[in-house]
Design a protein. Structure first.
Length: 167
């Protein structure tokens, strides 16, 4: 399944949730489906902004990825573990959107991805932007990170669905 098909599965599932199910926080410290959707959308847009930044760079960068970044890309994705970001980066995402609003935002992400899919490989691979945890990434790597991130959250999505769809 390619990245756009993966996002399509997120879209296809949205109509299955009522607003109450979408916003239900199962327990303290656990996100709702709405918050999880918001998170993957916000991060996808941040990564697409970095693709755009790589396209604007004019100086080559020879530094590479961190050890974790190298493993991430060698494995083609995040390890199957829960990752907790530092406190300042771990503010809970918005829990106010409806399914329709999230759908519109997912469609916008897909449109941006389709636009970049046609151009990303033409960007000099030495034009890089630094990621705080993964090191120096080029446009293709930032783009590929979007799908890795959506894939990483599939398990969380399934867990949250089990908690709200059986109610």
């Amino acid at each position: 399944m390619n990245d756009l098909q993966l996002i399509e599965t997120y879209k296809n599932d949205l109509p299955n949730y009522s607003v109450e199910q979408l916003r239900h926080i199962p327990e303290t410290g656990v996100w709702s489906l709405c918050q999880m959707y918001n998170h993957v959308i916000v991060v996808a847009n941040e990564y697409l902004d970095q693709v755009d930044s790589c396209a604007s760079v004019t100086e080559e960068q020879n530094l590479g990825k961190t050890e974790f970044g190298e493993r991430l890309f060698q494995n083609g994705g995040f390890p199957p573990i829960k990752i907790r970001l530092p406190g300042e980066m771990n503010a809970p995402p918005s829990n106010k959107e409806t399914g329709e609003e999230l759908m519109r935002r997912l469609e916008q992400v897909m449109e941006r991805m389709q636009d970049w899919e046609r151009k990303v490989d033409a960007i000099n691979p030495y034009y890089k932007i630094k990621h705080g945890g993964f090191g120096w990434l080029n446009a293709r790597e930032w783009y590929d990170l979007i799908g890795m991130h959506f894939r990483h959250h599939l398990r969380q999505k399934s867990e949250l669905e089990r908690r709200v769809l059986v109610k």
